[in-house]
Design a protein around this ligand. Structure first.
Ligand SMILES: [Fe+2]
Length: 294
């Protein structure tokens, strides 16, 4: 087969991949070709525009390293991450809603005891975070793994300033106690622009968009037999709640970070300055096979 033109090239490519033995690979490859060709037919790029597209993707790849994931940013800012999340995480009554993982999760987060202060060398308004993890019908889950991470009060994560602070901070891994509860201290996070000094930032600018995310604390919660929960809790009143650059905000994930005067905090600690208190009670969904057995 040869002499392909605008009308015949799509079928020719589809025919070429018809022999893929893995049915899922075949399905995904065929859909990719159909949609990609439809996109090109609609946009009708000039040769120069095609080159620009290749260069944009190349720059996106080159921007990635151990601490910077430009492709996740691209997926997030195009709404693809939230679409994948919505498809994969229908939420039953009692289960906490999910949202994007974001680019700042670190696999090797330090293990900490409940009550620890994870702010490290960072300065800011003290923040007490308390919470619980339970099943959708309210049974506490002891020993659940609670990963948390958040930005500082200028909106930067530890991994964006390792040169300055030397070590991870404002992130840790806790385990819930026998009542399914956890608590820790840190500093109150601020709204922040996603890193916009790369190709994704260029894209946002020409699309007439701002790069900001409303202030939030990330949570990833796991327990055997339950679906891993990846979510954030957003600070109520933040001005970017309705224009989050990655489309991650859900009403059920917004909480008041309650301001308290200096004094004894709910965990018994004496705090010398005013502080903020966030409490959130998380509900985990059982994995499907378990749900049937239960
Ligand atoms: Fe974040």
């Amino acid at each position: 087969m040869r002499n392909f033109n605008e009308n015949t090239i799509t079928d020719a490519v589809l025919e070429r991949i018809a022999g893929a033995t893995d049915p899922r690979i075949k399905e995904v490859s065929e859909a990719l070709v159909r949609h990609l060709h439809a996109f090109v037919r609609e946009v009708r790029p000039t040769q120069k525009e095609w080159e620009f597209g290749i260069d944009f993707l190349t720059r996106t790849g080159h921007m990635c390293d151990d601490n910077r994931q430009e492709f996740i940013l691209l997926s997030d800012t195009l709404g693809v991450s939230m679409l994948v999340d919505a498809i994969n995480h229908p939420v039953p009554e009692g289960a906490t809603e999910t949202t994007v993982l974001g680019p700042f999760f670190v696999q090797a987060s330090p293990e900490k005891e409940n009550g620890a202060d994870i702010s490290g060398p960072m300065e800011g308004d003290p923040m007490l975070v308390t919470g619980s993890v339970s099943t959708v019908d309210g049974r506490p889950l002891a020993g659940a793994v609670v990963d948390v991470w958040h930005s500082d009060d200028d909106g930067y994560y530890d991994v964006q300033q390792l040169d300055k602070i030397g070590d991870l901070a404002m992130r840790a891994r806790f385990h819930t106690d026998q009542n399914g509860r956890f608590n820790f201290w840190s500093i109150k996070p601020a709204a922040y622009p996603i890193p916009h000094d790369g190709p994704v930032g260029d894209m946002l600018e020409v699309q007439g968009r701002h790069p900001w995310r409303p202030a939030h604390v990330h949570f990833m919660i796991s327990a055997p037999g339950f679906e891993q929960l990846v979510t954030h809790v957003f600070v109520a009143g933040d001005k970017y709640l309705d224009s989050d650059v990655v489309f991650g905000v859900k009403d059920s994930l917004i909480r008041e970070f309650v301001r308290h005067p200096a004094g004894r905090a709910p965990d018994g600690r004496m705090v010398e300055s005013e502080y903020f208190h966030l409490n959130y009670d998380f509900g985990l969904k059982q994995v499907a096979s378990n749900a049937k057995a239960a």
